[in-house]
Design a protein around this ligand. Structure first.
Ligand code: FE2
Length: 289
């Protein structure tokens, strides 16, 4: 099986990084629709939020109660939902999350009543990934060579670890906190995969009520669709610097690349904060573009 994956990888997935500055000629709404992601330039409002939130971010990384998030031989602090921000995106004493990306989410995507989730604080270090106790060779290889590619919300359940749609994020908003090289375990996305994944989910779930979706075993079809994405879509690594932000479509296949030899980051590592607020209207989650 791994031989097949490797052949697909060699054939289709150049380890490329998109240019640091996107062409201004393509509007971000079109870019998000066509490619499944877009990036926003350095923004003083977002920079202010980062500066005002930095102590809370650093504290969340050091907090003893969050130590269990340090994984893969100490090379990745996954930090899921560890930032103590409220629904407006304020850490205690800090300003609301705002800026060009947030304005885009409100006006272009129509999320006018968003309640921000507690953010993920993802910190990566040189050498990622290292093997981890309890993880099989196949899973480790998939992480190292295929970025542990996944779509959010398809959670494993039960002894057989089958996958069910149990979470419905409206999007993924990535906010780099530290300066780091392009090869420092970047976020990766298979461009256009949101169309393939979305078509599959709509075909599979649109005739059921949203309350019934979570009971549908999607494991085998998910693996087949993911193979189809690997074969048909271009893998792109997204690099951004503090003050920039990137927005990823909720149905896009994405992952985190390994740390390239020689890549560097600030002493605290490659720090990126991700917001993934839940979408309450599940029909829209499934059917909207
Ligand atoms: Fe994810």
């Amino acid at each position: 099986m791994l031989g097949y994956w490797k052949s697909v990888w060699r054939r289709y997935s150049l380890r490329m990084t998109v240019p640091a500055r996107p062409s201004p000629r393509v509007p971000n709404a079109e870019r998000l629709n066509v490619r499944g992601w877009c990036r926003f330039p350095v923004d003083s409002v977002l920079t202010h939020w980062i500066d005002a939130s930095r102590k809370a971010i650093d504290d969340s990384i050091r907090a003893p109660e969050n130590a269990h998030w340090l994984r893969y031989g100490g090379t990745w602090f996954a930090g899921v939902n560890v930032l103590p921000n409220d629904g407006a995106g304020c850490v205690p004493g800090g300003p609301p999350l705002a800026g060009d990306a947030v304005a885009f989410i409100r006006t272009e995507l129509g999320h006018t009543d968003l309640v921000w989730d507690r953010a993920q604080v993802s910190v990566c270090h040189p050498g990622y990934p290292q093997p981890m106790a309890g993880e099989s060779d196949a899973v480790f290889t998939f992480r190292r060579d295929f970025d542990a590619a996944h779509i959010d919300g398809l959670l494993k359940d039960g002894p057989a670890r089958r996958r069910y749609l149990r979470e419905h994020h409206a999007f993924i908003l990535g906010i780099p906190i530290s300066r780091h090289d392009e090869g420092a375990a970047p976020f990766t996305i298979w461009e256009g995969s949101h169309h393939i994944i979305g078509d599959w989910l709509r075909q599979r779930l649109r005739d059921r009520t949203p309350q019934a979706w979570g009971a549908v075993d999607l494991t085998d079809e998910y693996q087949a669709v993911r193979r189809d994405v690997f074969a048909r879509c271009r893998r792109v690594a997204i690099h951004a610097r503090p003050g920039e932000a990137y927005l990823v479509h909720r149905h896009a296949l994405h992952g985190m690349a390994r740390w390239d030899d020689g890549a560097t980051a600030e002493p605290g590592g490659r720090i990126i904060v991700y917001f993934r607020p839940p979408q309450m209207d599940l029909r829209s989650w499934l059917l909207d573009p």
